[in-house]
Design a protein around this ligand. Structure first.
Ligand SMILES: Nc1ncnc2c1ncn2[C@@H]1O[C@H](COP(=O)(O)OP(=O)(O)O)[C@@H](O)[C@H]1O
Ligand SMILES: [Mg+2]
Length: 274
């Protein structure tokens, strides 16, 4: 079986702030139709990586390829136009604007290109997320955290991404809301959208991603297909092995449609409430 083609690739990225280097040569690959994840402890450089990819932090050295084109010198707004779209960390929506106004902003660039398609996209977004349709006039700031997450996602989708960059979508969400959001992202991926996901919530990321990169101090120190990930590496780099192992087993055995790798299908013990 041939592997899907590479849609987004970062090669040896170096970037930082002032005299501080944060990315010391970060390389990663995102294949068409897949969810790729970047995992790592707080401060590893995950968000900076996403910002460099989006063009919000300038790159010092290295190459970013989108669909075979070098884009490291392309303006942030143009990158959105080329299909590299971010859902921001913190799921920011414009709280004082209505749901529909938020969606319009997401479609700002594509609307300039094709007004008729904007209407079609808006309707298909409302079909996919009926909760947003019911609330199209409601101010975004008055919605629940889960609804705002969906709105932030829908707004990003309005820009017609080729690759969606998602930074910490679960931060601050209640567990039950996280479950629902995971399902939503799965459906969107199943409908063909490629994603690069950054998460500190490792179990969440592993239930969604096909390929995982682990980042430590500005470098990708380990990468693997999620189904064949080495637990020792996760213990070493993420420092959460004992806690994680049963959860990973559960993730491997979950309904993500992939057979769990050997030795991963242990049953998870009941999780303690913290
Ligand atoms: N705007 C900034 N100015 C200076 N340093 C920053 C800035 N943003 C991030 N950093 C530093 O870069 C490092 C990586 O940060 P970040 O990518 O946000 O980590 P994380 O992996 O938790 O997302 C941290 O040491 C952080 O302090
Ligand atoms: Mg971050």
């Amino acid at each position: 079986m041939t592997e899907p083609r590479v849609v987004l690739e970062a090669r040896d990225l170096k970037a930082g702030f002032g005299s501080t280097t944060v990315l010391h040569g970060t390389s990663l690959i995102v294949r068409e139709g897949e969810v790729a994840a970047v995992l790592g402890l707080n401060g590893a450089g995950k968000s900076v990586t996403m910002k460099v990819l989006a063009g919000l932090v300038p790159v010092w050295k290295g190459t970013i390829m989108l669909d075979g084109e070098e884009i490291q010198n392309v303006e942030a707004e143009q990158r959105v136009g080329l299909g590299l779209v971010s859902m921001t960390q913190g799921r920011q929506v414009f709280p004082d604007l209505s749901v529909e106004q938020n969606l319009r902003l997401g479609a700002y660039l594509s609307r300039k290109r094709n007004r008729r398609r904007y209407g079609t996209n808006l309707e298909s977004m409302y079909e996919r997320f009926p909760r947003l349709a019911e609330r199209r006039k409601q101010l975004a700031g008055t919605m629940s955290g889960g609804e705002q997450a969906i709105l932030a996602l829908a707004r990003a989708l309005m820009a017609e991404p080729k690759v969606l960059l998602i930074d910490e979508p679960t931060a601050g969400l209640a567990p039950v809301v996280v479950e629902g959001f995971l399902e939503t992202l799965r459906e969107i991926n199943a409908s063909g959208l490629t994603m690069l996901l950054v998460e500190q919530n490792v179990p969440f990321a592993l239930r969604l991603a096909k390929h995982a990169h682990i980042m430590q101090r500005g470098r990708i120190v380990y990468e693997s297909e999620v189904d064949s990930m080495d637990h020792q590496a996760m213990v070493r780099y993420l420092g959460i092995g004992r806690l994680l192992a049963p959860t990973v087993a559960a993730a491997g055995a979950s309904t993500n449609g992939r057979a769990p790798a050997k030795g991963k299908a242990r049953k998870a013990p009941p999780r303690k409430k913290s």
